[in-house]
Design a protein around this ligand. Structure first.
Ligand code: ZN
Length: 292
């Protein structure tokens, strides 16, 4: 087990680490001055100063509650053509073996939570079987935000243009819907007394976070509301992939305030080791305290 929150056991399944993310293009409003004032606490753990690069870990959080096994986000997936993202193009990783090593077989997954429908969060939703994409987790309900789904319907295209990653929607979301395993969630949704979904829009229109645990011991699985620790000290920094940069910053700030106020554990999708941490109030913005 990686850690526990209340009576939930949480494990981590890594797909791969992409060490080649250029922060200056990833965060369009990042400046050398902002980097300089944060380098002390970021390097070398969260910042490769020699190359001026950051890395993004691709991982799934596996939650075992008293009654259910739940996956939060499903990485990039195997055998998927992604020429525009070479790190994830036609992957062949032992992801399912790694899932099995934390005691979970595909047929044992009860729920798959996809914080949003980007390439690196829905990939293992499906796998290739005889040339067709089929749900990887045959007995699971996959929870998607209705608002996230709606943006991929041609009648909702803005200026006739499909949103980012429409091919991902086709090979990693539509087959789940066709199999009758999708559950569309509007706004917040309480699965049980330990797991709740809450909207945190901005990165995408329907992006949600997962609140897990009890009122005494809570973890927030925040998906891409926060990509990198620099956004804790500098919550105004949104990424080039955030559809609404301002709204993304508002959602991020709200999450960080919640963590500070109530001592919640912050569990993002893409942080490097130790992957998780707590948040304190900082000189400006917030301060990241890595670890459980
Ligand atoms: Zn992501």
């Amino acid at each position: 087990m990686n850690f526990a929150v209340a009576d939930i056991e949480v494990n981590r399944v890594e797909e791969f680490v992409d060490p080649n993310c250029d922060p200056m293009t990833f965060f369009p409003t990042l400046t050398p001055e902002i980097v300089a004032r944060n380098l002390d606490w970021m390097a070398p753990q969260f910042w490769d100063t020699a190359r001026n690069m950051i890395s993004l870990t691709m991982q799934t959080w596996v939650l075992k509650t008293r009654h259910h096994t739940v996956l939060v986000d499903t990485c990039n997936g195997n055998h998927k053509p992604r020429s525009y993202f070479p790190a994830a193009d036609m992957l062949n990783t032992p992801y399912l073996e790694r899932l099995s090593s934390v005691g979970v077989k595909p047929e044992e997954v009860d729920f798959v939570f996809c914080t949003h429908m980007h390439i690196d969060h829905v990939g293992w939703n499906t796998r290739l079987e005889n040339g067709n994409w089929v749900p990887t987790f045959p007995k699971a309900k996959y929870l998607f935000a209705q608002k996230e789904y709606a943006q991929y319907l041609p009648e909702n295209y803005i200026d006739g243009k499909a949103p980012m990653f429409v091919d991902v929607f086709e090979d990693s979301v539509l087959p789940v819907i066709a199999a009758g395993q999708a559950q569309m969630v509007a706004g917040g949704y309480q699965l049980n007394d330990r797991l709740t979904i809450e909207p945190a829009p901005g990165h995408t229109p329907g992006h949600y976070i997962v609140r897990a645990g009890t009122s005494d011991d809570t973890a927030l699985f925040v998906g891409d509301a926060i990509h990198h620790p620099i956004q804790i000290a500098e919550p105004h920094l949104s990424t080039a992939y955030c559809i609404d940069q301002k709204l993304a910053a508002q959602s991020r700030t709200r999450i960080l305030e919640d963590c500070v106020e109530h001592g919640h554990l912050l569990v993002p999708t893409h942080f490097d080791p130790p992957y998780i941490g707590h948040v304190r109030r900082g000189v400006q913005g917030f301060q990241f305290v890595p670890g459980r």
